[in-house]
Design a protein around this ligand. Structure first.
Ligand SMILES: [Zn+2]
Length: 262
């Protein structure tokens, strides 16, 4: 008797779940995306995004290109590519395999980005696209330059300057040895690795120009001595001296807020 009751419960449950599936499949829902090509870039948006917001995002991309080219002393950018604006980190994970804010794939001629009012990843990702198109994907040992340059360009969501941030890393003993940045960039504490690299990139470009920077990017970190004439430890001392001269006394710094990122 008990067995029959259980069997009938299972059967009713089965019928109900089948009818649910039938119900779910009956109607199709429409997801529409719209695209617009301006010069060499095609922009893809959900139809739910207002036209004026789409236009401002396109403008942000165009301004990013102009400013990034200026930073690396280049003049033109004509590679054909797609910019996909996605709705959430969840969607980003679905399309790219990473739940990041932005992902650049120059080998797929595409970058994916969230549409954000504050802390937008567009300029950072655009720098990845431009430099990797122009200089190639760097060897693993200069990944720190790829991320550092993109972070220098895109900003850090912090009110402190890169020099102040580096000063704080020195005073709180958070500076990552250059060797570790070069050997295993993504294995280091994220906020320190990205901003420290951004600071070093800015310093190298401002002090020694873009040509040497480009050479090191392409040839790999082991060539630092032959390109710049100093090794890791010497560069660490040069940077510390530069920063301590600019900021001789300790600065107050909100590490918790900084470490949350954008
Ligand atoms: Zn990046």
């Amino acid at each position: 008797m008990k067995l029959i009751k259980i069997a009938s419960i299972i059967l009713v449950g089965f019928i109900l779940s089948c009818s649910n599936i039938a119900e779910e499949n009956k109607e199709w829902s429409k997801i529409t995306r719209e695209k617009k090509t301006v010069d060499n870039i095609t922009y893809y948006f959900s139809s739910k995004i207002d036209i004026s917001r789409r236009d401002s995002a396109i403008k942000e991309c165009q301004n990013s290109i102009t400013e990034n080219l200026k930073l690396i002393s280049e003049t033109d950018f004509t590679n054909k590519m797609d910019v996909e604006f996605v709705a959430s980190r969840k969607e980003m994970l679905k399309y790219t395999g990473m739940g990041a804010q932005g992902m650049a794939f120059p080998d797929r001629n595409t970058f994916f980005t969230l549409l954000k009012e504050e802390g937008s990843p567009i300029k950072h990702e655009m720098m990845h696209m431009i430099t990797m198109y122009k200089w190639g994907t760097p060897p693993e040992s200069t990944t720190w330059m790829n991320e550092g340059l993109a972070t220098y360009s895109g900003g850090t969501c912090s009110n402190y300057s890169l020099t102040e941030i580096y000063k704080y890393f020195i005073q709180s003993k958070k500076v990552i040895p250059l060797n570790n940045l070069a050997n295993n960039f993504y294995g280091n504490p994220e906020m320190v690795a990205y901003t420290q690299s951004a600071f070093i990139c800015k310093y190298l470009i401002d002090t020694y120009g873009i040509e040497k920077f480009k050479q090191l990017w392409k040839k790999g970190h082991n060539e630092m001595q032959s390109i710049y004439g100093f090794n890791n430890e010497q560069l660490e001392s040069i940077l510390a001296e530069y920063v301590i001269e600019k900021h001789p006394t300790e600065i107050t710094f909100n590490w918790e807020v900084f470490n949350e990122g954008c």
